[in-house]
Ligand binder design. Structure first.
Ligand SMILES: [Zn+2]
Length: 85
């Protein structure tokens, strides 16, 4: 139980690094900003899946993102961002 509480507390803190789930690369985070762009995915599975109630989360560095998306049977859709915030 204590471990669980610590995990929750850790998740609410701002991370000082992000670890790529694809290759293990460590990406530093300074003042809330990652040192390089990262693909972050969070999937909350619903009742139409075998993982109902599970929430999956992973991060990919740009190299792993390129490697994985290039393996898609149907290529991803890429558009240019027209507005920069
Ligand atoms: Zn990676």
């Amino acid at each position: 139980m204590r471990e669980y509480q610590e995990q929750i507390e850790k998740k609410t803190e701002k991370p000082d690094r992000i670890i790529c789930n694809g290759c293990g690369k460590i990406i530093a985070v300074r003042q809330g900003m990652p040192a390089e762009d990262v693909c972050s995915v969070r999937q909350a599975w619903g009742y139409l899946s075998d993982k109902d109630g599970d929430v999956d989360e992973f991060h990919l560095c740009e190299s792993c993102y390129d490697r994985i998306t290039k393996s898609f049977t149907v290529p991803l859709t890429r558009t240019e961002k027209t507005e920069w915030l």
